[in-house]
Ligand binder design. Sequence first.
Ligand SMILES: [Zn+2]
Length: 361
Amino acid sequence: MKKTSTRLADGRELIYYDLRDDLVRDAVDRRPLERTVTTSEVRRDPLLGDSVAIASHRQGRIYHPPADECPLCPSQGERLSEIPDSSYDVAVFENRFPSLAGDSGRCEVVCFTSDHNASFADLTEEQARLVLEAWTDRTSELSHLPSVEQVFCFENRGAEIGVTLGHPHGQIYAYPFTTPRTALMLRSVAAHKEATGGENLFDAVLEQELAGERVVLETEHWAAFVPYSAHWPYEVHLYPKRRVPDLLGLDEDARAEFPKVYLELLRRFDRIFDGPHGEKEGAGEPLTPYISAWHQAPFGALEEFEGVSRDDFALHLELFTIRRTSGKLKFLAGSESGMNVFINDIRPEAAAQRLREVASS
Ligand SMILES: [Zn+2]
C-alpha cells in the first residue's frame, strides 16, 4: 500500500491509498474553491446529558447531483471533482460541509473505489483490504488530533436512508467526546466486571451468541451473529474472535481474513429480500439500504467508567438495514424517536436464519 497526502484548492486534506507502490499522485486541484465557512458547534442537552452538533452550514451542500457531476469520481479533462487525479484506488478527504470541524472534531469522506456504479459488495478482496487499511490509518491519524476523543468509521448505503451521493463512499466522524452509545456500553462493561469479579462482558456475549441459534457466519478469526435483542429488522454484529479495542489492534491474520467475511455479509444483505428462486421481489427495487458502523474504544480518558480501560472494549462492526420487507421501511416513529424504545417486527432468530439461507454457494 502507498499513501500520498496532499491538499485541495481550499486547503482541505486529501489522502490517496494505492495498491501499487510506484504510483505518483501529483495532480493539482484546479478549482477556484474558497474555504467553506464552518460553524459547527456542539451543544450539550442538560436533561439528557447528550450532545448535539449544530451545523447550519450544511444546508448548502450538494444533493443528488447527476452522475456526470459526481464530486467523488476522479477528475476528467475539464470536469473537476474533489479528486484531482484521473484515477484512484481509495481516496479520503476532509468533508467540505462537515458536521464536526475545528475544536468540534473532524469529518472525512472515504471513497471506496473510483467506479461510480459499484457498491462495496462489488469490490475485490484486495480492494476491501485497502479500505480496511485506510480506516485503520485514519483512526490512528485522527486519534492524534487534540480535539478528537473517538473515531467512527461508517457507511450509509442507499437513498432510502438519506445518502445524497450515489458514488460508493463512507464517512469518518472524529468526535470531541465519547459518544452516548459507546458510553452506555462502557458502563455495562464496568458493571459486569464489578459484578463478576473481572469477567469481560463483550467476551461473555460473544461466547453465548456463538453457542446459540443466531450465528450468521463464523470463520477462524471472525464471528457474526444477530444479537439477542436486535433493534433493527436485519442486524448483524461482526467481532474479531480475539478482542482488540480498535482497528489498530487487529493482527495480520484477522486483517487478511476480514475482506472475505465482510464482503460475504454485504452480499447476503443484498439477497435478503430476493424471492425463493433468487428473483428480486419488487421490480427495479433498489439494493438493500444499510448502515455499517465500526465501534471502537474512545481515545480519551475513561475515568467515569470505573475500573474499565480501553482494552476492555471490543472492536466490532454493526451492520443493519432499515428495510423490514420488500418496499417497506422501518421508521423511527413515536416509541423509538420519542422514548428510545425500539419495536422490532422480526424475531432475531428468524433474521439469522434468513441470513444463513442467502449464503453464497
Ligand atoms: Zn462518482
